[in-house]
Design a protein around this ligand. Sequence first.
Ligand code: FES
Length: 181
Amino acid sequence: MEERETAGQEIDLQPLRRILEERYRPRDHQEAQELVVGACQEAQHLYGWVPPQAAQLIAEHLGVTINRVYGLLTFYADFRTESPGEHFLWLCHGAACYIAGSQKVVDALRTEYRLGEDGTTSDGLLTVQVFDGCLGACDLAPVAQLDHHEYIGQLDANRLRELVEEFRARRRVGGNDETLD
Ligand code: FES
């Protein structure tokens, strides 16, 4: 897979910051060291990978060095430090989105696009994760968050197809005309 620019990618760190403040409050340095793995798991669960901005936030919040965070990220094979797909779609499947029809979007994804175990299309164009919590934008339900910052409201199967076409077109303009499986 081609290497991608990731350091400048815009990431919404608010959800991770909230989790860290609520659940990761070490009493001392030893405990802070022990909490790094769990905090990285939270980040990966949220973003599908551990972006550098998230690693930095974890280091600052726990008061450990960034080397300690990356030491663990590279030690455990389950952690991903590169964005799995060129685009990342976080599809909300919380109660309001479910009632508004998010299941139809999930079904369209499963039947129309072949996703690997990590939710990434075989050409690396798109990674999709279904989020069972609430993305905090219920008035837009069903809603998805694109590339960690842009909210797409009233998402349905047609809008999903349009999105994929936009990604394909952008990729073609970029000189790569592979298609999405
Ligand atoms: S349940 Fe989907 S944004 Fe709240």
